[in-house]
Design a protein around this ligand. Structure first.
Ligand code: SPV
Ligand code: MG
Length: 565
């Protein structure tokens, strides 16, 4: 976040101040991004943006609303063009209170009669207010302000109205005496001579402000130092921004009308990304991450999907060029289906670790809300390594879901409700029979299980004793579904145990069922935790998920899942 310089006396800032006209948040933001000293909430621009004349048509509230919009969009000081003060001294008092309270740096009021017309209008009705009346307004404005840093700039319109330099000097003198912090000497002369002559005679009584719209050469003819030397503290480039956008917009619209299309203009207009940046979308994303809480916002999901399928069996034709998670079930891959369910649950972050056929995976998952992490060594480093590529960054509740299973939302909801630190989902109806393309990851529990009583009560969890492909089928009570839940404490324990193994000299040795830690499966690390007396629970389920291990499974899944998503 940029440092605010709205506070303090703007005129105490060193050097010649260049402020630029704007009419809304966006135009003001562009002024700031281009490095100017402040923003001029221009009456001409604001009224033009409503497509009404700059002739006191809009009300004070409308101008103030825009000034606030501008103030909110930038950290720069904002000087508001307040025309004649919107009426007499009573209106001016109210106006100063409102603008100061709104955090505007200063106001500029002009000595014309209300209602005014724009000063640069050819043959404009330029009626000057009596000096005394305007002096009263300046005094009222000064009296109404609270901070001495709130600037009241008096704008002398005598040169605009054709009343001559003497009148201009007299008025400036009176307004300075009344307490004006600066004099804006306005001129519509085509050359800078008129204002330079005024400045010469003014003798720096209070700082001068210029609006060189009609005499732009002054900025080429005089250096900043020369202008400062003549008593000019600030120049206002009042309307060039709006004029440039009108021209650009017209060119684009004309081209669109002429061609009947939009392809020819694409490289002449700002990319959409620039709009998003100007809107502050980056900040919004950052803040959303921090503050937009949802029920599962503190849960990080990790889906390891990097591995190459090995035991293909009857699945061979389906798996020739893709991992299991990419198998298409009625128009959507298994993993896409999983991601759609998880996305709907508003998790903090969903990480998918890709490796084998990475390009295909990324193409098919384009547009899915997930962080994709590449396990470039997927052939040498297996699922535990993939898990830890994302797991190393998480300290919140974590959900691990295998990429090759189909599951219901209700199953995930259920495991997230568990109060234990590490909970695996185990299927209690697994069968030792049937064709499979791989060995199942089985779970045995500490509790005594009587045969034929595998269907257990809701919410009843048990202590895992052993997990892995080598667990004896006769003692196994569950098949590991491929869904594991960790509380913040649980994931810390898991990470601690992992880093201990990784750092130990034993890391090249056999690690549970794996030849070493790099080839370890997720379940090997769970066994390591159990052996280290970290409690691991299994939550029994008997429905709500399925895996595709065989061609039969595939046909079954296709017949069960009807939607084409
Ligand atoms: C404005 O920008 O509205 C001004 C400057 O007051 S000028 O249009 O030159 O009067
Ligand atoms: Mg104006």
């Amino acid at each position: 976040m940029k440092k605010s310089i709205k506070g303090g006396n703007f005129f105490e800032k060193k050097g010649l101040l260049r402020i630029v006209g704007a009419h809304d948040g966006l135009s003001a933001k562009l002024v700031e991004l281009n490095g100017f000293d402040g923003v001029w909430a221009s009456g001409l621009e604001i009224s033009a943006s409503y497509a009404v004349p700059d002739a006191s048509i809009l009300t004070m509230s409308q101008y103030l609303e825009r000034a606030c919009e501008i103030r909110d969009a930038v950290t720069l000081p904002v000087i508001a063009d307040c025309d004649t003060g919107y009426g007499n001294s009573n209106n001016t008092i109210y106006m100063v209170k409102k603008y100061e309270a709104a955090g505007i740096t200063g106001v500029c009021i002009e000595d014309k009669k209300f209602p005014k017309v724009n000063s640069l209008l050819d043959d404009g009705r330029q009626e000057l207010a009596p000096i005394a009346e305007f002096v009263g307004k300046i005094m009222a404005a000064k009296n109404a302000r609270i901070s001495k840093d709130f600037l009241v700039i008096a704008r002398v319109e005598a040169l605009i109205a054709g009343w001559g330099e003497e009148e201009a000097l007299l008025r400036a003198e009176k307004y300075a005496e009344a307490g004006a912090d600066a004099i804006l000497i306005h001129s519509k002369s085509k050359a800078p001579g008129e204002v330079l002559s005024f400045a010469e005679k003014w003798q720096k009584k209070v700082p001068l402000v210029l609006v060189p719209t009609t005499y732009p050469s002054i900025m080429d003819e005089c250096t900043d130092e020369e202008l400062l030397e003549k008593g000019v503290k600030m120049v206002i480039f009042a309307n060039q921004g709006m004029r440039s956008s009108i021209k650009a917009l017209n060119l684009t619209l004309r081209e669109m009308k002429k061609t009947g299309g939009i392809s020819g203009i694409e490289d002449k207009i700002a990319p959409l990304g620039e709009i998003f940046d100007l809107q502050g979308l980056t900040d919004l994303r950052h803040e959303e991450k921090k503050f937009l809480r949802s029920e599962h916002g503190d849960v990080t999901v990790i889906i390891p999907a990097a591995g190459k399928p090995n035991h293909q069996g009857s699945m061979e034709p389906l798996l020739r060029d893709r991992p299991v998670c990419m198998i298409d079930i009625n128009g959507k891959s298994i993993l896409e289906r999983g991601l759609d369910i998880l996305d709907g649950m508003k998790f903090g972050e969903i990480n998918v670790i890709v490796g084998y056929e990475k390009k295909k995976a990324l193409e098919s998952l384009a547009g899915k809300k997930a962080r994709f992490i590449h396990n470039s060594e997927y052939e040498k480093k297996h699922i535990l390594h993939s898990f830890m590529l994302a797991g190393k960054d998480t300290s919140d509740r974590t959900l691990m879901v295998y990429s090759d299973i189909l599951f219901d939302r209700a199953l995930i909801e259920k495991v997230l409700k568990q109060k234990h630190d590490i909970v695996l989902v185990g299927d209690s109806t697994y069968t030792r029979f049937g064709h499979r393309n791989k060995k199942l990851e089985l779970i045995s529990v500490r509790e005594k299980m009587s045969p034929g009583r595998r269907s257990l009560g809701e919410g009843m969890v048990m202590d895992v004793a052993r997990i892995g492909k080598n667990v004896d089928e006769r003692t196994a009570a569950f098949e590991f579904v491929g869904i594991a839940y960790f509380s913040a404490k649980g994931i810390r324990a898991f990470k601690r145990a992992y880093s201990k193994v990784i750092k130990s000299p034993e890391r090249k040795k056999k690690f549970h069922e794996a030849v070493d830690i790099s080839k370890a499966s997720f379940t090997d690390m769970v066994q390591e935790l159990i052996d280290g007396d970290v409690p691991v629970k299994v939550m029994p389920v008997n429905s709500g998920w399925m895996e595709v291990h065989s061609f039969e499974d595939y046909n079954f899944a296709c017949s069960r899942i009807k939607d084409r998503g």
